[in-house]
Design a protein around this ligand. Structure first.
Ligand code: AMP
Length: 543
């Protein structure tokens, strides 16, 4: 027997329509590439998304066509998210930090029809011009007055919208229709496309909104440092309008001082981004001796948040929510908000829980398995590969039958490539990417655990632990450190620190200093490049 309820397909444009009705005062504040600050309500964004849809239709863009972006966090990027998906086309965000080859590969692979770029990226496109696919149209996200002189045939975004009607007859789409496309960073092999649907995107936004509710509420002012050009800025462009939170878009300036000033001026209540960004903000907070006024919560994810960073924020009264996820999961999979009883635990225990990767979002199931694919217990000790399942997880990769064939296990779970434990109270603890784990004498060593502890040494600015080949033990950990000042830490003092929490055989055998750690296109430490840099490294006892 079926229920007797209406069945409205879930649709992305409905989010903005709802926000323009229900939260008319909320909206976007954007630092523009033109240099000034821009304000727009969700109602205005909804009207401009309609104008954009008309403009795109005149360019011949139709349902299913891919419209790519190469842009910072700003209101025009947000309008593209809605106008493009709303008309039934697919918003393909491109990460400008990818290599030129990777960018060209994904533009070609996605068969983009139009590429919308911020002013900052016009030189990049000019440099790639000879290799861009024939017929790809280019638009610059600015007005006529700021259009650059360029040998390329460039459309002007504001002219696409000018004079167009502010309403659009948005088509009723199948909720399974493709809405957005984002490629994985592809450290090995070509990037792979995660193709989100209207349904998955709306469900993900609802889950994020109800779970990370300390950030997402009517009147909140959220700073997404996490980029719209990768993993949908963790769903914020969709979750914020639902709840009536405004988005403070930082544009290209992401250093600690610029973020602090913007947060202070705009009364930002929560800020979302990867740990590397928060290191910059933390130094700024330390230098000024205070938080930006009204700052309540920082949401951190994308790579493991070091406990020292979590404690730094918490001590100054800023709540930390440590989240985990991946491109293939829309992307948020877990969140680190503590339940009411957990908030009664001793401070140390609360900090321990917050440095784990948190509990699953509604709609995401998790399992860990051993090398034979057998389920392992959720006891906080058994370490296995993490698999996930749910309405916000990919079922395969866009136009890539080989990767799709290998994406799921025989029961339809997606293999994350992360190695983890899950505790009885549901907390996920990521030990490593499976390829970054260090296998020493048949036992695993978690690089994340070691890094986390070393980061608490005040003489360390950042660090990474990688595996180095060893004749006796197969692999041993090498610690690579960026020192904070002149007074460099010794390996012995770091060993002493580590021995409070790890076994002696897990201690790094050697330490090397570097000026900076190589980062991936998504701001994570590139272990691949570090391993390449230290290829052939010999440990002191390796003979
Ligand atoms: P991406 O698809 O670029 O978002 O990368 C996803 C990967 O980033 C995950 O599979 C994890 O390896 C890593 N990651 C994301 N969040 C965290 C976190 N909070 N702690 C540790 N690793 C993380």
């Amino acid at each position: 027997m079926f229920g007797m309820m209406m069945n409205q397909p879930l649709s992305i444009i409905e989010i903005l329509r709802y926000a323009s009705d229900a939260h008319p005062g909320a909206g976007l504040v954007s630092v523009r590439t033109e240099g000034d600050l821009h304000r727009e309500t969700y109602a205005e964004a909804y009207a401009r998304a309609a104008q954009l849809a008309h403009g795109l239709r005149k360019l011949g863009i139709g349902p299913g066509d891919r419209v790519a972006t190469l842009a910072w966090n700003g209101y025009r990027h947000f309008e593209i998210y809605y106008g493009v998906s709303g008309m039934g086309a697919v918003c393909h965000t491109i990460n400008p930090r990818l290599s030129a080859e990777q960018m060209l590969y994904i533009i070609g692979h996605a068969e983009d029809r139009l590429l919308c770029v911020d002013l900052t990226f016009v030189p990049l496109i000019e440099a790639l011009a000879d290799s861009l696919p024939e017929g790809l149209k280019l638009a610059v996200l600015t007005d006529r007055a700021h259009m650059p002189d360029s040998p390329l045939d460039l459309l002007c975004y504001e002219e696409l919208l000018d004079g167009e009607p502010t309403t659009f007859d948005w088509p009723i789409l199948d909720e399974q229709s493709a809405a957005a496309l984002c490629y994985t960073s592809g450290t090995t092999g070509n990037p792979k496309g995660a193709l989100y649907s209207h349904r998955s995107t709306v469900l993900h936004a609802l889950s994020v909104a109800v779970t990370i509710s300390k950030s997402l509420y009517e009147g909140a002012r959220i700073l997404p440092v996490v980029p719209l050009f990768h993993v949908n800025a963790w769903g914020l462009p969709y979750a914020a309008p639902i709840t009536g939170a405004s988005l403070i878009m930082p544009g290209p300036k992401l250093d600690g001082a610029s973020l602090f000033d913007l947060m202070e001026a705009e009364g930002v209540t929560s800020a979302w981004g990867v740990p590397t960004v928060w290191m910059g903000l933390r130094s700024e907070i330390d230098a000024r001796g205070r938080n930006p006024s009204g700052f309540e919560q920082v949401v951190v994810g994308g790579s493991a948040a070091p406990r020292s960073m979590i404690e730094g924020f918490e001590k100054s009264g800023v709540d930390v929510c440590h989240a985990w996820g991946m491109t293939e999961m829309s992307p948020v999979g877990t969140h680190g908000q503590l339940s009411a009883p957990m908030k009664e635990l001793p401070w140390d225990e609360q900090m321990r829980l917050k440095s784990l990767q948190g509990r699953r979002l509604f709609g995401v199931e998790m399992k860990i398995v051993d090398e034979q694919g057998q389920n392992l217990p959720h006891d906080g000790t058994a370490v296995g590969e993490l698999f996930v399942r749910g309405n916000t997880v990919v079922s395969g990769y866009f136009n890539n039958s080989e990767a799709t064939a290998n994406a799921l296990d025989s029961e339809g779970w997606f293999g994350t490539g992360d190695v983890a434990t899950i505790s009885a109270n549901g907390f996920l603890s990521i030990q490593d990417r499976s390829k970054d784990l260090i296998k020493s004498g048949g036992e695993w060593i978690s690089s994340i655990d070691l890094e986390n502890i070393v980061m608490s040494c005040p003489k360390v600015a950042s660090c990474a632990v990688i595996a180095v080949a060893h004749p006796k033990w197969d692999e041993r950990p090498l610690l690579v450190v960026v020192p904070k000042g002149e007074d460099r830490p010794t390996l012995e003092e770091l060993h002493e620190l580590l021995l409070h929490s790890v076994a002696k055989w897990q201690l790094p055998d050697a330490m090397e200093f570097v000026e900076e750690l190589p980062l991936t296109a998504t701001g994570k430490v590139s272990k691949l490049r570090l391993r390449q840099r230290f290829e052939g490294y010999r440990m002191p006892d390796a003979g």
